[in-house]
Ligand binder design. Structure first.
Ligand code: MTE
Ligand code: MO
Length: 422
């Protein structure tokens, strides 16, 4: 027992909890910081001598000033204009599975429209018995559901198709975020409108200057599609589609039409209108894949990563994220030698369908070069491919849907580099 234990014998110390409750390996790992904190700090820091600021200094709270490097970032060289723009989520500094609203990645084709929610309407028309028009007040009277789902742009990782271009996790994987969305199941609204026989497709259109519109099959609309107005407990952010957004869980980002104003029901996809062409994947045969909506299983190690090198040799706790547009993550395997051997990681925290899922694994680093990678397996049995496997099928012209295993090269000094295995 140390002196602190003697003073307050009734309080279980962190070390005792660890020794009693957790597996030996993990306790040993976590025991290090606990030991360092055992002796009372020799000095009393200045901040304990003064009253702090009172309530509502910031009517809308802000992160600690010490966290000001945790921000969305963008790449000036891939932005032709300020309006056609992408910003990336700082995955390297996030915890759990929810992306804070201020850090949710952004992809706009014509900038963010400033919409007055009182004036906004959603119209449902086309092959329906009763065309309908909803105000925001109308929509918010329907029974609401809340679900946790990721959104990933189909272009996430597109820059890495031919080589390891980006040097940071934020840019290799940051067109990916996850939130708790609240809204109305689309099937409720369609039932009210009365979908006519023969209808197979929908067109969703946004109220931005791009009038971005996407075709998607009726099956998805009647399955888990949501018309959402809230995100992580508050109304949608303007960047995420305020006041209304279509959410097609697990499907490529562009299918999740923001600032939603119109849903048309018809027989066929509206693929002839130029602005409705879906993202396509050009294959080596010259054919292109179209309507590849689902974001297939993918994962990435978020610690260590280029932004967070290893602090030193010895025991490490590797962390990462896995997700699948098909459903739940079943397992994640991790390699330390570029894919020769694999070890099963632990899934930590909630494992929800079509949501980010956390994994962890212990690793004893001997201070030598290592090639780290993770591979996700989802509940359908689908296994995340290697880059070589993906290239065999898709070649290197295909821009979208890069869900290849990510390799981090660990150097002897602990630095982590994005590399690709041949
Ligand atoms: N109306 C509209 N909806 C849109 C877009 C857009 O530019 N306009 N961008 C799409 C694309 S390509 C993606 S990846 C996602 C990005 O959603 P986010 O900005 O909330 O991350 O929104 C989709 N919905
Ligand atoms: Mo996208």
């Amino acid at each position: 027992m140390n002196s602190r234990d003697k003073r307050r014998p009734e309080q279980p110390t962190r070390r005792r909890l660890l020794q009693g409750g957790l597996a030996g390996g993990l306790a040993a790992l976590l025991g290090r910081p606990a030991r360092a904190a055992d002796p009372a700090p020799p000095t009393v820091p200045d901040w304990t001598h003064h009253l702090g600021p009172g309530v509502a200094t910031h009517p809308y709270g802000q992160p600690s000033p010490h966290e000001q490097s945790v921000v969305r970032r963008y790449l000036p060289h891939i932005q032709p204009t300020r309006q056609a723009s992408i910003s990336f989520t700082p995955l390297q500094d996030l915890h759990g599975i929810i992306t804070p609203n201020g850090l949710f990645f952004e992809r706009h084709h014509a900038g963010v429209p400033q919409i007055d929610p009182e004036a906004h309407r959603l119209v449902i028309h086309g092959m329906v018995e009763r065309p309908l028009m909803f105000s925001m007040r109308d929509l918010m009277r329907y029974p609401a559901v809340s679900r946790v789902h990721f959104i990933e742009c189909a272009g996430n990782g597109a820059m890495e198709q031919r080589g390891a271009v980006n040097k940071a996790l934020q840019f290799t994987h940051g067109m990916l975020s996850c939130a708790e969305w609240t809204g109305v199941p689309l099937k409720l609204l369609l039932r009210e409108a009365g979908v006519r026989k023969g209808a197979r497709w929908l067109l969703a259109e946004g109220a931005d200057a791009a009038a971005l519109a996407r075709s998607f099959p009726l099956d998805k609309a009647l399955d888990d599609a949501l018309i959402v107005y809230a995100q992580n407990g508050e109304r949608l952010r303007p960047e995420q589609g305020y006041p209304l957004r279509l959410l097609l869980p697990g499907w490529e980002g562009v299918a999740n039409v923001k600032w939603l104003r119109r849903l048309e029901i018809g027989e066929r996809p509206w693929e002839t209108r130029e602005e409705t062409a879906t993202y396509t994947d050009l294959l080596p045969s010259g054919k292109a894949r179209q309507f590849t909506f689902v974001q297939e299983a993918k994962s990435v190690i978020t610690w260590p990563c280029p932004e967070h090198p290893l602090p030193g040799r010895g025991r490490q706790l590797l962390r990462g994220l896995a997700w699948s547009g098909e459903g739940r993550i079943r397992a994640v395997d991790v390699t330390f030698d570029g894919g020769r051997n694999w070890r099963r990681a632990r899934l930590s925290g909630p494992v929800l369908p079509k949501a980010l899922t956390r994994f962890e694994i212990e690793w004893e680093w001997n201070g030598k070069q290592a090639l780290l990678g993770s591979r996700a397996i989802d509940e359908t049995g689908y296994v995340q491919p290697t880059l070589a496997q993906l290239r065999q099928v898709r070649g290197t012209n295909s821009m979208y849907h890069n869900n290849a295993i990510q390799t981090w090269l660990v150097h002897p000094d602990g630095e982590v580099e994005h590399v690709q295995l041949g």
